[in-house]
Design a protein around this ligand. Structure first.
Ligand SMILES: Cc1cc2nc3c(=O)[nH]c(=O)nc-3n(C[C@H](O)[C@H](O)[C@H](O)COP(=O)(O)O)c2cc1C
Length: 353
């Protein structure tokens, strides 16, 4: 009933990408298992080495090593399945990180939190497939036009991230509600733009929708709008294989609709998170002085002196058993997650297998 997702020579049996989740939420176990079950598994490079012994001493070196370790382990679990990375444009040493992921053999790289204008030159000559994350027709057009002009190529696939996603959002806080109402129209426009560039380069460029996808009906809805697949993250947190600790997963299970909040991220974008003491704290008590800089964001995206709080510090608390005082990123539908399942059961349910 569902067609496989074809990205040039890569074929995922089900048209599903598991969204990258930093810090420490989508690592080798989750990404590897999703890939084994026929989807595309995505590791987040954000502080990917946080579980290593040397992380606090030298986080950059630790992350560098962990990129290969996590990828190799995910590939081992995946048994031939497709595994890639989510790398935020705002990440410290973005170019070097992309090149590292290419060098170790990433199948795909998905890049958002900014427009990845120079991504094509960083993967040139490799088999790694690339996708930008876009949230509007305008963003899609600017990016694809730039890639066409500058690199004479287009995207291998495109991820549209709507306003119901978890983590950082590509919308102004005041525009989120209207964006929710208008997103279907925007999706149709983006599908058309991608098609135009795909035709210019005589290629097939799949479009993937992310943000609030919860049921099989949701998947069918986005396919009916012209998409080729979906990216899902929030539902994968509540799986046995998700790399997050159990107390993080429990926050998802226990979240109610009124607990889903929009926060101001220091990156300058709004984000969606679960209500807790940290949420209350940042309403009144910023700036929170940085305890220790682990170089997560580029200097352009984080002025170490004026930043309202350190995003790494509070995302690390989320996976270090201090969920009450942490930034708990989650999608708009997190309150509908009521139990822990397995990746296989979830994918079987979504695709009627
Ligand atoms: C806990 C969490 C962490 C996330 N971290 C990242 C990230 O580091 N980079 C990124 O591009 N997207 C990130 N996202 C967004 C997801 O990859 C995904 O596109 C989005 O959440 C999809 O919506 P859904 O969660 O409703 O399925 C994160 C989402 C969650 C829930």
């Amino acid at each position: 009933m569902f067609k496989p997702l074809v990205i040039k020579d890569l074929v995922a049996k089900v048209p599903l990408i598991q969204g990258g989740m930093g810090i420490g939420i989508s690592l080798s176990r989750l990404a590897g298992t999703v890939a084994k079950e026929g989807g595309i598994g995505i590791l987040s490079t954000a502080q990917i080495g946080y579980r290593r012994d040397d992380f606090e001493k030298n986080s950059l070196r630790s992350n560098w090593q962990a990129i290969k370790e996590e990828f190799d382990e995910a590939k081992r679990i995946a048994k031939g399945g497709i595994v890639g990375f989510n790398i935020m444009v705002a990440q410290f040493q973005y170019e070097k990180i992309v090149q590292r992921c290419v060098e170790i053999g990433a199948d795909v790289i998905i890049s958002g939190a900014g427009l990845p204008v120079n991504l094509p030159e960083l993967v040139e000559g490799s088999k790694t497939k690339i996708a930008p994350i876009v949230s509007s027709a305008k963003g899609a057009k600017v990016l694809l036009k730039t890639w066409a002009k500058r690199y004479n190529r287009t995207a291998d696939f495109v991820v549209i991230e709507g306003p119901k996603a978890g983590g950082h959002l590509g919308f102004k806080a005041d525009d989120i509600q209207s964006a929710i109402e208008n997103m279907d129209n925007e999706v149709k426009k983006i599908v058309e733009i991608v098609k135009e560039y795909a035709e210019t380069f005589k290629e097939k460029v799949p479009v993937i929708f992310a943000g609030g996808v919860f049921t099989q009906e949701d998947i069918q809805h986005y396919l009916s709008l012209g998409c080729d697949g979906v990216q899902m993250a929030t539902r994968f947190v509540a799986t046995e294989e998700c790399d997050a600790p159990d107390d993080f997963k429990e926050r998802y299970i226990n979240a109610k609709e009124e607990d889903v909040k929009i926060i101001k991220s220091p990156v300058g974008l709004p984000g969606r998170a679960i209500h807790n003491s940290f949420y209350e704290r940042i309403q009144t008590q910023t700036p929170i002085p940085i305890e220790k800089c682990r170089n997560c964001l580029s200097y352009k995206h984080c002025d170490r002196k004026t930043i309202p709080y350190c995003i790494s510090e509070f995302l690390l608390k989320a996976v270090n058993h201090d969920t009450e005082n942490a930034l708990l990123f989650a999608g708009a539908n997190v309150y509908r997650v009521n139990e822990i399942t397995t990746v296989k059961k979830l994918i079987d349910e979504l695709f009627d297998r």
